[in-house]
Design a protein around this ligand. Structure first.
Ligand code: PBG
Length: 362
């Protein structure tokens, strides 16, 4: 065996092999064949695996979604998302402190509002004293350095559960835009750092940017849910914000993207770049890694994946059943986003991951 390997090694290179070698060097690939080249050599020891690592997950990559609700002393677990809670506002400071101490850079706030406050136009979204505005103020008061991101979309506030208002039996794009601009303004006034339009109406980023600029909020950022698919993976989230039951027409396909489409994602991103978005989200995450990759190849922009509620629930459910190793599956699911080209990830696993990464660094 050893003899034959040595013979193999000592064979002179033929001319065509030299040419091939030059070609591969130019492409940046290693040229020697086995046994000179053994890719396992770099993988053998822990230190070496660290040195050759192409992507790393850091606490700086994480954004944590937090659900808030009415009432007091309420921390209710979301049935379809084990380990994720809705907090009443009096308990929010403690949660903000926990996230701050983990050094997670930003949170995304989502409200579950009372049924009685919902109506066809989602007008509670424009109330300067609504749940979300109060939550923003609390968060900023507890830690002004923690970035606060807020959805701009009407679905937590409409009684039908759609992201836009209904006119002539359709989700009316342009009428919805006006409301979204005011919703963004109300949130910016409350102290929100990043406005995240998640409704997929055409033109909303530009309208919101102009509205914010005209009112002097030139430094409020826009993180656009630029590429958002009409996905079944949002199921548990709708449970979390209470927008499931009243959804008369369950499909959001007239505004969210068809899961089979890919070129269309590039157009969505291009439009939002033009309209002045600062950051860009692809949502859901794991089923759309090809889209993330494609976008990052095309545009060098700050790009984020939303590992959505359904992804969380699937992974968490399997962990709780003992089918997956918790730490390994969570890290693998998140590093995939970095590899595909994301700058960061919105994930319900953020505190779990931050806790582990913090332990490693200290
Ligand atoms: C609202 C919104 C949704 C999510 C974030 N913002 C649901 C939807 O569009 O139906 C989903 C997040 C998740 O599933 O974790 N427009």
């Amino acid at each position: 065996m050893i003899d034959s390997l040595l013979n193999y090694k000592l064979q002179p290179l033929e001319k065509y092999q030299v040419v091939k070698m030059k070609q591969t060097i130019n492409k940046g690939f290693s040229v020697s064949n086995f046994p000179r080249t053994r890719l396992r050599r770099n993988r053998m020891s822990d230190f070496s695996r660290k040195l050759v690592a192409e992507n790393n997950l850091s606490i700086n990559d994480l954004i944590y979604p937090i659900f808030v609700t009415y009432g007091s002393n309420t921390k209710e677990e979301i049935e379809s998302m084990p380990g994720i809670y809705r907090f009443s506002l009096d308990l929010l400071p403690k949660e903000i402190e926990r996230i701050s101490s983990l050094e997670i850079p930003a949170i995304a706030l989502f409200p579950k509002i009372e049924k009685s406050l919902k109506n066809p136009n989602g007008s509670e979204a424009l109330n300067k004293n609504n749940l979300i505005c109060k939550a923003i103020k609390i968060s900023k008061k507890v830690n002004s350095n923690l970035g606060v991101i807020c959805d701009v979309a009407l679905d937590p506030f409409t009684d039908h559960g759609h992201d836009g208002i209904i006119f002539n039996n359709q989700i009316d794009n342009d009428k919805t835009l006006e409301i979204l601009c005011n919703q963004a303004l109300v949130q910016a006034e409350a102290g929100c750092d990043i406005i995240a339009p998640s409704d997929m109406m055409d033109g909303r980023v530009g309208f919101i940017r102009d509205t914010l600029d005209n009112q002097g909020f030139i430094n409020v950022q826009i993180m656009s849910y630029a590429v958002k698919y009409a996905s079944a993976f949002y199921g548990p989230f709708r449970d979390a914000v209470g927008s499931t039951l009243n959804l008369s027409n369950k499909s959001k396909k007239s505004y969210q993207m068809d899961p089979g489409n890919s070129d269309e994602a590039i157009r969505e991103i291009a439009l939002d770049i033009n309209e002045g978005a600062d950051m860009f989200i692809v949502k859901p995450g794991m089923p759309y890694l090809d889209i993330i990759y494609k976008i990052k190849q095309e545009f060098k922009i700050p790009l984020y994946a939303y590992q959505v509620s359904g992804e969380y629930s699937m992974i968490k459910g399997a962990i709780d059943n003992g089918w997956f190793d918790e730490q390994k599956i969570i890290f693998e699911s998140l590093i995939a986003f970095k590899r595909a080209g994301c700058n960061g990830i919105i994930t319900y696993f953020a505190p779990y991951v931050a806790n582990l990464l913090k332990g490693q660094n200290s």
